[in-house]
Design a protein around this ligand. Structure first.
Ligand code: DLL
Length: 432
């Protein structure tokens, strides 16, 4: 089943024509309303009106997360604030968040694109969808919520956390589809096992998981433990949020909503396009966004285009699951975290030394992060109570500024390995 068959099964020729027209109007929009793009185009002598083919996309400048940060909070908006009906935000590299906005029309398109992803995964208006993504500045909760409502399904906006209650609601409200991060789905499955709940007593049939990397092995485990079909869906706030790409019932890669997003896969070092089917960094240009259009946004996500046609009949190209990142962003419990954010908090706390290690592991399918930090001698040999106070202080700061709980271990000065070249401060033991 399709949500918008005329677009999902469009011929390549018609798609490219549509993309070109939409790209031309996006270029006009940014050149007219966003000073950042206007001056970039001028600097690079790009005439946005002279754009005649999709190949010319390669001449356009990239947009990076730093550009978003430099224009914090509203500098890249292409409409005045009074046209904005929603604002979302995600973590930035130096602790400064990036802010994105949506017009009424953007919200409508967003809901339709998420409805596409849900329909492709096999869901219909008859489903009862439990949305266990956080509702708030993160795009996951609201994004999937509006899409599920648009489809006409019954939505349970439970948000994340409180696992036992999630399970109770899942049983009582006869949830048929679970929407959250894959790791949270596994945690729910394990809690059910601990509680002795018989999975066959649930009404659950589908799981739509995304917002963090996961593997085929993890998919198999979730499917088995919850007795469902689990599909992957991908998106990022800078471009929209969930709804950029999603798997169909074939579970063999994510169809990209190419009528709204023009994608390129480039070599992250040379920025040249990689040959079709090869791994590179995904670069996205929005084609219909009004409030926050982006040109050639470097996602930092590594993937590859799967060129073979999909048996589901959709002609929209597929990308593989996200295979990694080209930067050091970590996704811990679904939250984007940059090591530099942790570093700047530690630098700010008296008694800690600028030497630290971040260890991320998976315990019972849940991410667990520990920060080991060197402390000055006087503190290390101080009484336990003082050490405890410092640990609690660091933990509170990390929790309030990162939005996740992190364990903290104090270590003696000069115990952490030093690096002569590029430091390796993050030890990620998780397997994706
Ligand atoms: O995570 C949007 C989203 C919400 C997607 C719910 C799917 C479901 P951000 O918080 O801006 O937005 O984080 C975006 O998360 O660049 C990827 O690195 C990662 N990511 C998102 N979906 C996937 C996925 C949302 N399915 C960043 N697999 C992206 C792997 C993913 N990584």
């Amino acid at each position: 089943m399709y949500w918008e068959e005329s677009k999902e099964c469009i011929s390549r020729e018609d798609l490219e024509q549509l993309q070109l027209e939409r790209l031309q109007s996006t270029l006009y929009r940014v050149a007219t309303h966003v000073p950042f793009y206007r001056s970039k185009f001028k600097e690079m002598q790009i005439d946005p009106d002279g754009f005649r083919s999709l190949e010319e996309l390669r001449n356009l400048p990239f947009t990076t997360k730093d550009d978003l940060r430099d224009n914090y909070p509203y500098g890249l908006f292409a409409v005045p604030l009074r046209e904005i009906v929603r604002v979302h935000s995600s973590s930035g590299t130096t602790g400064m968040a990036t802010v994105v906005g949506y017009t009424k029309n953007d919200i409508k398109n967003w809901a339709d694109l998420v409805a596409r992803v849900l329909t492709a995964a096999g869901l219909t208006k008859d489903d009862v969808i439990q949305i266990a993504f956080g509702y708030g500045l993160f795009t996951g909760g609201f994004g999937l919520h509006y899409g599920a409502e648009r489809m006409g399904a019954s939505v349970i906006p439970i948000s994340s956390g409180n696992t036992k209650r999630q399970i109770q609601i899942m049983q009582d409200f006869k949830t048929t589809a679970l929407v959250c991060t894959p790791s949270y789905a596994l945690m729910m499955a394990d809690t059910m096992l601990d509680l002795g709940i018989d999975i066959s007593s649930l009404s659950l049939k589908f799981g739509l998981f995304g917002a963090e990397p996961w593997s085929e092995e993890m998919r198999a485990e979730i499917q088995e433990k919850l007795g469902i079909r689990a599909t992957d869906n991908y998106g990022l706030s800078e471009v929209m949020g969930p709804g950029v790409a999603g798997e169909c019932e074939e579970c063999n890669g994510l169809h990209i909503n190419e009528d709204h997003f023009l994608v390129e896969v480039v070599d992250p070092d040379t920025f040249e396009p990689v040959p079709p089917g090869e791994i590179g960094e995904l670069v996205i240009t929005t084609l219909t966004k009004e409030a926050f259009p982006v040109i050639r946004y470097r996602t930092r996500d590594l993937t590859r285009i799967l060129p073979e046609p999909c048996p589901c009949g959709r002609t929209l190209q597929r990308m593989s699951r996200v295979l990694g990142r080209t930067d050091d962003m970590l996704i811990i419990k679904g939250v984007n975290v940059f090591p530099t954010q942790i570093e700047s908090i530690l630098f700010d706390i008296e008694g800690t030394e600028p030497h630290y290690r971040i260890i991320v592991e998976r315990e019972d399918h849940q991410d667990k992060a520990t920060v080991m930090v060197e402390v000055v001698e006087s503190i290390f040999f101080d009484e336990m109570r003082k050490q405890r106070e410092l640990i609690d202080h660091i933990k509170r700061r990390l929790a309030s500024e990162l939005g996740i709980s992190v364990d903290v271990k104090l270590v003696e000065e000069k115990t952490l390995e030093r690096f002569e070249g590029k430091g390796k401060r993050v030890i990620d033991k998780r397997e994706f």
